[in-house]
Design a protein around this ligand. Structure first.
Ligand SMILES: Cc1ncc(COP(=O)(O)O)c(C=O)c1O
Length: 426
């Protein structure tokens, strides 16, 4: 076996992985249709049809409803704003606690804070990387109103257990499904299990429009509040004849151009996911031969769509550190993510409890009667994954080929073979 590239040997892969670009002729035609119409946004912050957007926005919402089997879909300019609308939609506000994973994109937690409610972090489980129901149960207090469940990396949380807890304690569930469009849990599409499901269309996702988001729900009230939030609800509430509803809104509207492109992207979702699954299965098979790497275990009767492929690194079995492994793989031509995301409660926002200048609101809001902790150590599994054991790769994405995965695996073979030398290095 050859010398490691890190120590002067030949690089395993000196090319570049093919760039993912799922935008084709179909999106171009859709975009031109909108450009030629001159109608780049159909929204008006006024009661009547245009309150709900233009023809492309409404067409997109119809296809989401059809695809996911929900009564409503509400489009947004991002998943971040859709999550904010989902929180207000399910009726969360000042004084409420919402349990959320610390191992997710910040928006899952900040959407709660944006509504002056309190994010309470529960730990994640080592297999799904999503909220651990046992830890969630320990965090439930009389102030808890909802669970914000991220389906991380393209896979499902343990919804049977989470739903049992939600029923027992009268909690609502928002699914942050930004990373898992098209994945399934026990025969159900993710995003349709909770009271609301949120999708992202940002440039990194399985399907994308640059920026964008969609909320799906079968709850009329959630959908109505989300529509109010999206489009200056405060200006239209009396005209809509529902003076009691909370109506503080903003401009979270999706453009016609984005909505037209999104319709084409949604048609490609299943094909793009199948490609990812084929590549991931090939990777999983290949990883079997490395005792120091634990491959992704998909929950039974569920599908994973591999936004990222997570791997657990065992330094004791490897004989070298995660850092050394990542450096060696990088030198062989393959980048790996080390640790994913610092557990969110360790960010200054939570450590200093400072969401607004000059105050600690909503943490010290008189309406909040609970006592939340953001101390280091509250979620040991998330901290361990971040600091020591988790690796991620985004190699399982179209148009990457199985031959690239084979090269990736050969690079690991080479690193493993040269382990003693690697472990002696700095
Ligand atoms: C789990 C999760 N939630 C929310 C978001 C926010 O999505 P957007 O960029 O569309 O606002 C992301 C984006 O990366 C995400 O991964």
């Amino acid at each position: 076996m050859e010398k490691l590239s890190l120590f002067g040997g030949t690089k395993t892969f000196s090319g570049k992985l093919p760039v993912t670009n799922n935008i084709g002729k179909e999106e171009e035609t859709a975009a031109m249709r909108v450009l030629r119409s001159g109608n780049l946004s159909g929204f008006l912050a006024r009661a009547g049809e245009p309150f709900l957007g233009g023809p492309e926005v409404r067409a997109l919402e119809r296809v989401y409803c059809r695809k996911f089997g929900t009564k409503h879909a509400v489009s947004f300019n991002s998943a971040t704003t859709a999550l904010d609308a989902a929180v207000v939609g399910i009726g969360i506000g000042p004084g409420d606690e919402v349990i959320v994973s610390p191992f997710t994109m910040a928006a899952s937690a900040t959407a709660i804070l944006m509504n002056n409610a309190i994010p309470v972090f529960a730990d994640i489980d080592r297999e799904t990387f999503c909220l651990d129901p046992a830890s969630v149960e320990k965090r439930i207090t009389k102030h808890t109103k909802a669970l914000m469940v991220t389906n991380l990396y393209g896979g499902s949380a343990r919804y049977d257990e989470l739903r049992t807890l939600a029923q027992k304690h009268d909690l609502r569930i928002i699914e942050d499904n930004a990373q898992a469009a098209g994945a399934m849990y026990h025969g159900k599409l993710l995003g349709t299990i909770g009271d609301a499901g949120v999708f992202s269309l940002n440039v990194h996702k399985q399907i994308q429009t640059g920026e964008g988001g969609v909320l799906i729900t079968s709850d009329d009230k959630v959908a109505f509040r989300a529509q109010l939030r999206r489009n200056h609800g405060e200006t239209v509430l009396d005209e809509l004849g529902d003076n009691d509803e909370c109506s503080l809104g903003s401009n979270f509207r999706m453009t016609e151009l984005v909505a037209a492109i999104a319709q084409e992207q949604l048609k490609k979702l299943d094909m793009l996911n199948s490609e990812r699954i084929l590549l991931a299965d090939h990777l999983s098979e290949g990883l079997r031969r490395f005792p120091f790497l634990r491959r992704m275990q998909v929950l039974p009767d569920s599908t994973h769509v591999y936004y990222l492929y997570p791997i657990i690194f065992d330094a004791k079995k490897a004989g070298f550190t995660r850092k050394q492994f990542v450096a060696a793989m990088e030198a062989e031509g393959f980048s790996l993510g080390e640790g994913y995301i610092k557990p969110l409660y360790l960010m200054p926002l939570f450590q200093n409890k400072r969401a607004y200048p000059g105050s600690h609101c909503p943490f010290d809001c008189p309406r909040y009667k609970g006592k939340v902790s953001y101390d280091r150590g509250i979620c040991p599994v998330a901290e361990e994954l971040y600091e020591k054991t988790l690796l991620t790769t985004n190699i399982c994405r179209y148009p990457v080929k199985k031959s690239h995965i084979d090269l990736f695996l050969s690079a690991i073979d080479k690193v493993a073979y040269n382990g003693p030398e690697l472990s002696a290095s700095k």
